[in-house]
Design a protein. Structure first.
Length: 345
């Protein structure tokens, strides 16, 4: 309505003739259309910049998840190598296992992986012979812990690296509820499985509230070339588990240490719930409008990940033309052109 009234005034006689009126009308239209176009361009530019930033944040989160997943898979590779050792050997001695573990160079090639172990499946009727063989093979004081007769035992026969708080050799995993279900799931499925949250022997001297969350990976091993298609066949051919232990915090630090430290991450265990079980950097908490979430699954367990940019993240600090500048420039140009047309009139 205002524009119509203005146009009627501009076309009133006595304002310099018809061409002057046309120019004045054109001047007003240039200003109005220029402002509208500038506003539209500014909105489009702002949306494009926001979309590009969001896509880069999404891509960064996906890349970090892939890196963390590769680190877990790398741990599994070490256990698959241990599995191959047992398949290629008629007998693996304590010295053989020690040499094998040494050649893996755990600290350098598998950072965060605390130890690798071999857990033997021992039926009750074979337990006396099993203990005797272990004692002849360089462990004269070997015994199964805790004591007592059971239908079967899942015994740690070998383990490298040794704990500062005592050896895990001889421990029966059937007495550890947090790993028992995963062990039997691995045995029956033939697939790598991950335990529930547990505490490493090396951390038992830490106050309970401060003990870092840890997990164990299990790779089942069966007699070479024995049929293992069904659960019954797998149980009949079963020898034991290649096992690896890691703290959630160490694992996350090792995984994220290989990428640019521009994004923080929290690691959650949805099975247990509660707060994060690990974070990078230490103490980081994901908050704000740029948080991204993802998930990671291995060994029958799914972790939840929350990412957020750290201060100085190049995605957020990258210089771009502000939408307000585009809008202001467009309005200024529109006003300038409109003024020139008005003056010509």
């Amino acid at each position: 309505m205002v524009a119509a009234m203005l146009l009627r005034r501009l076309t009133w006689r006595g304002q310099g003739g018809p061409w002057a009126s046309v120019l004045r009308v054109a001047a007003v239209l240039v200003v109005l259309l220029g402002i509208a176009a500038s506003a539209r361009i500014a909105r489009g530019w702002d949306a494009a910049v926001t979309r590009q930033r969001d896509e880069r944040l999404d891509s960064t989160a996906a890349s970090r998840t892939a890196t963390i997943g590769n680190a877990l898979s790398h741990y599994e590779d070490a256990l698959q190598a241990e599995r191959s050792l047992w398949l290629a050997s008629t007998f693996v001695s304590r010295d053989d296992f020690r040499v094998f573990a040494t050649t893996l160079e755990l600290q350098h090639r598998y950072p965060g992986l605390q130890r690798i172990s071999w857990l033997s499946f021992v039926p009750d009727e074979q337990v006396d012979a099993f203990v005797a063989n272990a004692r002849r093979d360089g462990a004269p004081s070997f015994t199964i812990r805790p004591p007592g007769r059971r239908p079967a035992y899942y015994v740690t026969l070998y383990s490298e690296r040794a704990s500062r708080f005592g050896s895990t050799i001889g421990l029966d995993a059937r007495a550890t509820p947090s790993v028992l279900a995963a062990l039997e799931r691995a045995r029956d499925s033939g697939r790598t499985t991950m335990s529930g949250q547990t505490t490493l022997a090396i951390d038992l001297g830490v106050p309970p509230a401060e003990r870092p969350v840890a997990f164990e990976l299990f790779v089942p091993v069966y007699r070479h070339q024995a049929p293992a298609t069904t659960v019954a066949q797998r149980r009949a051919a079963f020898l034991g588990w290649a096992c690896g232990q890691f703290r959630a915090g160490d694992f996350l630090q090792a995984a994220m240490g290989s990428v640019q430290p521009s994004t923080g991450v929290e690691l959650y265990d949805p099975v247990v719930g509660g707060g994060p079980i690990a974070a990078f950097p230490d103490g980081f908490r994901a908050a704000g409008p740029d948080v991204r979430t993802d998930s990671l699954a291995l060994g029958g367990r799914t972790f939840r990940l929350r990412y957020a940019p750290l201060p100085g993240n190049p995605i957020l600090t990258e210089r771009t033309i502000p939408a307000s500048l585009l809008l202001g420039t467009g309005i200024a140009i529109s006003l300038l052109l409109g003024t020139l047309l008005w003056l010509l009139a």
